[in-house]
Design a protein around this ligand. Structure first.
Ligand code: BG6
Length: 482
């Protein structure tokens, strides 16, 4: 790997995603010595800009001392060109080839990172494929293309996009990012489930009553309303991030950790899920409260928009392991807190011989993705004292306390590194994407047609109360606190 001549092309380099996510992630990798010695990062976009102008734009986003930042930026250059046509791509190809010619004999890797809206993916991929596909014939050379959601608006449009891209790049060269798969605790799910003895025998409908997968943000769409409005929360968060978590939680143990073994199992479990039923959905949209604007107060949101900013949906997995167990997927913006967590609630203990209310005390395994990564297990214990009384308490693994000073990398550097290493384990395969869309598409069509009620909820609240009813119907019991 040290010998690799790596060129990373950031298409869309002048945009927001590139400066907020892509370049900082690359800098993290550079700073921590994860990029090969022979690396260059070439920005490509329509905006006319010099290398220096790009660097000035990126500088405020990068971390570290001035010297470190400058060292990284030295390796960042810029080529401007349009996404259609040939001129820009030919210019880029010339830069790529000249660089690789300097390292004659070395294997060359090219990572084409598309920090762009999917509407231009076909154009960009066509340009790259047509003009920038000439690699030196040295063994170990490769080209990979990294893309990120939204992949279409529903099953059909996603399939059309996949079909178009598939004609240009085979699955083995396409890296579809779902950044949740790059999160520490999401990768940990795999280990928690399959490396421990105590999880396996409990992990089924006999012991588990219900599962909640929750994503909450304490801010609204803030300036992203224009983008958000044509998608809504189901496409923005549930169809991808939460369904991926669901797959990781519910899949069978794969044959091995080979990326395709893992993804085979994810696809299998996703295909056992029937499309979301309208009676299992609660939608909401936030309204102004406490001097915070409502969703439709955002000037980039069309007046009177009914796009949901909150959704709670219950799905069921029709297989031997999970039949009848509700999985409640909840996602919302402008809520009371920022949190992403998974809560697995077990059934009540039968024949409870102690004092206390067994119905209000259930074991739970909680995996908190963010903020403050943690795993905790709710356990029924003896209340300290002379009496034999019971209470629910917590076995708590808080990552900041248990691993002080350990830096938990963000999702993007991890995933970019995987793509450089050619590991597709944490990337979404085409059939996975299809299965995830199949679950959400019918309900999305109903939402788009305005056929489902959208309940208002105040900015900063817990969301519409109707969502609590949905959760109660799923059999969730709120544990009494000790
Ligand atoms: C993105 C969504 O995919 O994920 C955003 O488009 C959302 O709306 C974001 O805010 C959340 O990511 P994270 O890593 O901050 O939880």
């Amino acid at each position: 790997e040290r010998d690799l001549c790596l060129t990373i092309v950031v298409a869309g380099a002048s945009g927001d995603l590139a400066s907020k996510k892509t370049y900082p992630a690359l800098q993290f990798l550079h700073h921590n010595g994860f990029l090969p010695r022979k690396v260059a990062i070439i920005g490509y976009a329509r905006t006319q800009m010099s290398d220096e102008q790009l660097r000035t734009k990126l500088r405020p986003r990068l971390k570290g001392s001035e010297k470190e930042v400058d060292k990284f930026l030295e390796g960042c250059t810029y080529v401007s060109g349009s996404y259609d046509g040939s001129e820009g791509w030919q210019k880029l190809a010339a830069v790529l080839e000249a660089r690789e010619a300097k390292h004659r004999g070395c294997p060359c890797g090219r990572l084409y990172y598309l920090a762009l809206p999917p509407s231009v993916y076909p154009q960009v991929c066509t340009g790259l494929k047509t003009y920038c596909d000439g690699l030196p014939s040295v063994e170990g050379s490769w080209i990979r293309v990294v893309v990120e959601k939204p992949f279409g608006l529903d099953l059909q449009s996603s399939e059309e996009l996949a079909e178009e891209l598939g004609k240009l790049y085979p699955e083995s060269q396409l890296y579809r990012i779902d950044h949740y798969l790059g999160k520490e605790m999401v990768q940990n799910l795999f280990v928690i489930r399959f490396a421990n003895m105590f999880t396996a025998p409990l992990w089924n409908r006999n012991c588990i009553s219900n599962v909640q997968i929750t994503f909450k943000e304490d801010f609204g769409t803030q300036g992203r309303g224009g983008y958000f409005d044509s998608f809504g929360i189901v496409r923005d968060v549930i169809q991808n991030h939460l369904i991926q978590l669901l797959a990781m939680l519910a899949m069978e143990k794969p044959l091995s950790i080979h990326p395709d073994d893992l993804r085979d199992e994810k696809v299998k479990v996703l295909r056992c899920i029937k499309p979301v039923q309208p009676h299992n959905v609660v939608l909401g949209q936030y309204t102004a409260a406490d001097a915070q604007p409502g969703y439709t107060d955002d000037p980039t949101v069309p007046a009177g928009s009914k796009t949901p900013t909150f959704a709670s949906v219950t799905v069921f997995i029709d297989n031997d392991r999970w039949a009848g167990v509700p999985f409640v997927l909840k996602a919302g913006k402008a809520l009371n807190e920022r949190k992403a967590e998974i809560r697995v609630q077990l059934r009540s203990t039968p024949h409870f011989v102690f004092n206390g209310e067994p119905e209000a005390m259930r074991n739970e395994l909680v995996v908190r993705l963010q903020p403050d990564e943690a795993i905790y297990l709710k356990l029924i214990v003896k209340k300290p004292g002379l009496e034999i009384d019971t209470a629910i308490s917590e076995l708590d693994l808080d990552y900041r306390q248990r691993y002080p000073g350990v830096v938990i990398p963000d999702a993007y550097p991890r995933l970019i590194l995987d793509s450089i290493r050619g590991d597709q384990q944490h990337f979404v395969r085409r059939d996975e994407l299809r299965a995830a869309w199949a679950i959400c598409t019918p309900i999305l069509h109903l939402i788009d047609a305005g056929a489902l009620p959208v309940h208002p909820y105040p900015y900063g609240s817990r969301g519409p109360p109707e969502a609590d009813e949905l959760l109660a119907r799923a059999g969730f019991v709120k544990n009494s606190r000790y």
